[in-house]
Structure formats: structure tokens, C-alpha cells
Design a protein around this ligand. Sequence first.
Ligand code: ATP
Ligand code: MG
Length: 661
Amino acid sequence: MSGPTSIESVLSESRVFPVFPNLERDARIAGMAAYEELCQKAEQDYPGYWADLARDRLVWTKPFTQVLDDSKPPFYKWFHDGELNVSANCLDKHLGTPTEHKTALIFEADGGEVTKVTFRELYEQVCQFANGLKALGYKTGERALIYMPMSVQAIVAMQACARLGITHSVVFGGFSAKSLHERAVDVGATLVITADEQRRGGRAIPLKNAVDEALSAGDCQAVRHVIVYKRTGGPVAWHEGRDLWWEEVVKGQSADCPAVSVNAEHPLFVLYTSGSTGKPKGVQHSSAGYLLGAILSVQWTFDAKDSDVFWCTADIGWVTGHTFITYGPLAAGLTQVVFEGVPTYPDAGRFWNMIERHGVTVFYTAPTAIRSLTKAAEADEAIHPKQYNLDTLRIIGSVGEPINPEAWMWYFKNVGRERCPIVDTWWQTETGGHVITPLPGATPLKPGSCGLPFPGMDVAIVDEVGEEAERGNGGFLVIRKPWPNMIRTIWGDPDRFVKSYFPPELKGYYLAGDGAQRDTDGYFWVMGRIDDVLNVSGHRLGTMEVESALVAHPLVAEAAVVGKPDPTTGEAIVAFVVLNGDLPAGAEADKIAAELRNWVGKEIGPIAKPREIRFGENLPKTRSGKIMRRLLRFVANNEPITQDVSTLENPAILDQLSEAH
Ligand code: ATP
Ligand code: MG
């Protein structure tokens, strides 16, 4: 195992923002003492801590008596003699309560059309669709692939599967037929739920065509039906007997459908990771443990209130969309905004405009969106967030990548107006819910740090034999105890599960794959992926440090750095930079490159000066907006790319960067 033993330079960030007293006053976790009390409770009686929460937050059809089964590590089971249904915990639970007629979804389509759905209405839609699936013969234990645009129907499809105990696997609508095919085969799907087309930024993009292509290979015979939701009315090919319109499936079906009671460990879904570091892994999640984590993450990290209008901008194709759209907010009884479009259409003020129109109180997005909207706002005053009334916001969040202190400050000032805490939430597809995050009523904020462990989570930074690193030293980010909403296995590949996450030398700890350090206050600073750590003349540097220094320069919008073998220094740093203005060329580019090199030298130290700087209009990113440094390493070395690029958003950018100097 290669990775950081010590990241020697420490982030220079020293700003601290205290907890806002108005938020602390009525918070679910009010003040540091309340936070510490929860942590202590978990430390003193770990199973008891989770059992109490599971009894309190979940509705069980058969109560559990066993909490954690750790007899076959790392294949842990939680609450495993209990039974429940996840969809009943999101919908049926609210019937007969004041939440029944509350708005559950405020769906805004790409073109701006708004549809509101109450909890009662959503329950009925889910039941009708579930009854339709039952009528087609679908049963508990089968797997459904969901390849849909952001829509009420996508949530209905996921919930209906959960209601029947059908394990779903959602594939992001931006993926190709090839990716879809791989996932359909890997997960053994017998059902595909899709739409004719999706709309993104005013354009219609076919979905059903990709399904047809994916299923045309001989190894997808198990798929009995393709259910098609008519989103645009665009042309589709039709396979009689296999294909069905959504409307036909729900027609005449009862609006009540008993939820199937499943075992706590029943696989609710399999979701493929975003592929930043390699071939995506089919992460299998449980029912009870997963849902418990989803509810707690919504309630504690966002200090959920009954009056909130919650908006997570993620797509349901990512875990963030599962936990913070389909499951968490519904189970917590919150009104939420669901959005089909893109942040830059009809203009880059779309998010701010939607926050204003819908009175959003909690806003949760990704650093990639913040960086691109910053760039747009700085170029065009008219769509700058300051032009919008964002007074309803209470809490703003970030997820997906480290957020550089510079981007953090912009978000804090311009969107949060210096009165909303930023919850920078560190977690993964595999963790199901938040693992490290500030809590709005308890944690003082440090720009660029994801704060402290989520209550109950045993997170640490360790060296290569699993010993806890000294504060200030870098190391591997691990989770030392199993937790309820952890990954259960990699679908169909238990060996890869063990190998990827539980290396024998780390005492059985869960290895996250990120390098991080803890400061003397116990705050976590994610430095980057273990695979991406730079080693220059024996000094270990996180990609995050060098990139944050670059982004702190007023000319720079985004940056990614990678190492390139070097005979004298071991590794030399190559930086790929996107400027706020136009792409520079010739002498202009050389001048800016020299200035940026000196800037990094001053910000971190001469050792961190990039040897080479290449400018581009963008960076290679996954479909979820994460920078793919592993591909940039090939570009830096002028080598052909031999790795998996199926999850890459913008392949053309690799050519531009290859030619850039
Ligand atoms: P793959 O595992 O296939 O390479 P991936 O790791 O990008 O893909 P996800 O599960 O979507 O797939 O992403 C989790 C990763 O995202 C984390 O391991 C971490 O590197 C990064 N991440 C998420 N949130 C944060 C955050 N708040 N701060 C820093 N990094 C974050
Ligand atoms: Mg990962």
C-alpha cells in the first residue's frame, strides 16, 4: 500500500468562524457540550447508542433484538433480526399526521415548470406504480435499473422498488449505453425503468435509445420489461412485449399497496461509485442501517426543522441524491426542491433565482458548482448572487470534493451572506451518510476543513500500521468501528470489497482512500486521494494544498495538480489551470505561469512550485463533477490513456490539455 505517512506542509488557513448564536439556540445538537455528550455516549456503549437511535427514528414491523453482528468481519450486520420497510418509513409513517398534506416535493423542470406533490399524493403515486410492478410479476429480491431524468417519477420508481423489496440501481442519465450495459449485467437487472428523453439546458437528450442499445447485447436477456416514462414525447423505438409506457403500468392500479416487510439487512440498493480513482464499484447498502444514517444526516447536519425547504442539487444517480433526496428528507418529513436542469440554464443565476422563488432554507451543492458559478458571477454582475434575495437561507452545504478555502469564503460571503454556516460534509458512496461534518449549532467553522466526526462515528488518521497519527501529521483516513449505514459488500465481488477497504495491515479498519490530517483542535483536513499524493524531494504534499494555493490567486478559477517522475526530485509537480478570463497563449501564458509558480512558492514554499503549468478551458471531470487526476497523470507524462474513461464527462478536454503548454 502506498500513501502518505506524513504530509509535512500544513495548510496555512487560520480563520475560525464561531457558531451563530441564533442557530445554536434551538438546534437539535445545541453547543459543543451537547455534541460531546453524544460522542461520549457512543464511546461508552457503542451498540446501545445506535440501538436507541434505531428504535427512536425507524418504524419496525418486527423489532430487532440484536444490534451488531461482527462475527464475520468485515461483513457486518446491523439490527439483523429486525424487519421494516424503507418506503413505509418515508411515506406511510406520515399518513394521519400533519405531514400527510404537507408538500413533499417542489419539482422544477429544466424549462421552469413547477409541480408540487404532497406526502399523501406521493404515497399514492408510489403505491400505484408498485402495484403495477407487482401485476407484471416483479418480486422482492429482483434488481431494477433506473435510468431516468430528475423527476417526481424517478423518486416514485425508487420508492416503489423499496416498497416491494426490489433492489434498485440508479444509473446517472448522463452515462452512455456502454456504462448502462455494464451495470445492467453486473447487477443482474430484470427490470429497467427509464424515460423517452431528458431535458438538460434546453436540449432534449435521448434515454430510451441508450437503453435499447445497452440491452441489445446478448447478455441482458434477464430484463423482462422496460418501463418508459414519457418526459418529452420524443421519438422512441418500441420492443413489443418488453416495453411498456409508465401510464399503462399504473392505469387502474389501486392507490394503496402494502409495503413488504424486509429484513434489516435486505439490500435496498446497489450504486456504482463515481470512478474518480478507477473502475466503479457496485456499492451494496442495507435497508435499516442505511435509512438510519440518512435520517440522522438530514436531521443533525442540516439541523432539520419542520418549516425547512430543503434543496440538495445532486442528481439521484449519485449517493447524495439517494440520501438527500429520495430517502433522508422524505423520512424526515421535509419539504424539498427537486431540480431537473443545469445550474447555468437559462443563465448562471438559476440556483440563486430558485432559492429566492421557492424560499429555500437549506441548500446543499458541490464545490464544482460553486467554482463554476463563482467564475460566471465574477464575469457577469447580472447573475451574481448579490442580485437575489437569499434571506430565507439558514444553512448551506458542500459535498463531493474538498472545497478550497478561497471557494469556501466566496460561498460563505456571497451565498450565505456571512450568516449561514457552511457544512462541508465528508462522506462517500460507501459510507451512506455523513462521516465528518460541522454541525450548525455546535461546530465553529474553519474554511477548508470538514470539521469533526459525525456523532457516533469513530474516525481517525492513522499511519501504515494503523497507529493514530500525531495531530498535524498526515495519514490515512480510516473509520475504526463498523457503523450502521456502511457498505455491506461490493455487489457480486466480496473479495474486491475486502481488498479495497480492509487492508490487513490496518487492524481491520475501514480505509476510505483519502489522505487527511487532523489539527490540534481535532479538525479534519482532507488533503486528497491517497493515490494522488505528491512526493517532491521526499516531501509529501496533498493535491489539495497546492490546488488551494493556486485557486487563491485572483486569476485562477480551478486547478488540478499531479506528479510526474523526475530524476532529481523524485516527482515534479505539473499543474493544470483554468483561468477566470480567456485561455492565455504564447508570451502571455508564460508570464502568467511564472507568476503562478512564484505565488505557490510564497504561499506554501519553494518545494511546492509547479515545474510545469498547462492552461485549459476546463479540467477532466467525472459525471458528478469531480476532477479526475488519474487521467491528468497520463497527460502530464505525454502518455496515451490506458485507463477506464467511461465516467468522464468531457473527453475532448484531454486533447486540449495534451497540446497545451
Ligand atoms: P471512486 O471510488 O470510484 O474513485 P469516488 O470516490 O469519486 O469514486 P464517491 O463515493 O462519489 O466516488 O466520492 C467520495 C469521495 O469524494 C471521497 O472519498 C472524497 O475523496 C471526496 N469527497 C466527498 N466529500 C468531500 C468533502 N467534503 N471534502 C473532501 N473530499 C470529499
Ligand atoms: Mg471512492
